[in-house]
Every structure is written in C-alpha cells, then in structure tokens.
Ligand binder design. Structure first.
Ligand code: ZN
Length: 150
C-alpha cells in the first residue's frame, strides 16, 4: 500500500510541477472563478463546448499542490468527454475524496484520479482537491458568478 501511496504522491507532484492545460483560453464558451478561502486556492477554469462535448478545458491561477494537480488531472481527463461522462466522473471524484469509493474496480475506473484517494484522510484538503471540480461543474451549469468552497 505504501508503494501505491508513493506512486499517487508522484502523480500529484508531477502535475503540480508541470500542470496540463495551464493557460488562458481565448475562444472559451464559458469561464468562471473559484476560490477556496481556507487555503488560498484561486483559479479560473475555462471551457469550450462543442454541442454536448467538452472540446477544451484550461485553467489559470494559483494555489497549493493538491488543488493545482487536481485541476491539471481534471482538465486532461475531461477533454473530449460528453457532459454525461463529466457528470459521472464528478460523482466518482466526490465519492473518492470523501472516502465513499473503495473497491479496486472503482479505483481502476478512476485512473489517475485515484491519486487523490489519500486526500479523504485530510478534511481540509478535500476542499483543495474538489475546488476545480466544483468550479467546472458551475461553469457547465452556466453559472457566471465566482464560486467559493465556503
Ligand atoms: Zn489548497
């Protein structure tokens, strides 16, 4: 288990150091700011929809390693997915960081997202990991005001 944990930690460190899709999107169809005042995480998530498909996701901003890695993994996993797929992954991720998902099949389905499983042991960090997801969710719902985890 500790080797697995080290591997997960590595995923978070790598994505924090070299975040994917870390850029302003000029032709976004939606963008929204998300804050986590508890930690100081603050990001803008950009999304470009093509019908029902998330054609592109990017983000800018700053925060702790967990929030930045979470935004990076989320953006790379959801690009090209339908809204329905995104909704399912959003639910899976919530289950993961709140400790509700545990079986090996579920972890396998989550792929790189499983790296955030350890977060469930640290309640304050759950908000860091969830912030990008909540922010994207609000953007897909057409919310235009900034959202906050508090
Ligand atoms: Zn944070």
């Amino acid at each position: 288990m500790s080797a697995l944990r080290d591997l997960y930690q590595q995923v978070i460190l790598d994505h924090n150091r070299n975040p994917k899709n870390f850029r302003v999107m000029q032709n976004a169809t939606g963008s929204i700011e998300g804050y986590n005042p508890l930690c100081g995480d603050h990001y803008t998530i950009y999304v470009r929809m093509d019908g029902d498909v998330i054609a592109d996701i990017s983000f800018t901003g700053a925060g702790c390693a967990i929030s930045k890695a979470s935004a990076s993994v989320m953006s790379s996993m959801l690009k090209g997915k339908t809204l329905g797929d995104a909704e399912g992954m959003f639910r899976d991720f919530r289950g993961l960081v709140t400790g509700a998902l545990a079986s090996e099949e579920e972890m396998e389905r989550l792929g790189k997202l499983a790296a955030f499983a350890g977060v469930s042991e640290f309640p304050a960090r759950v908000k860091c990991a969830s912030l990008p997801w909540h922010t994207l969710h609000a953007a897909l719902d057409g919310t235009s005001h900034a959202i906050s985890t508090e």
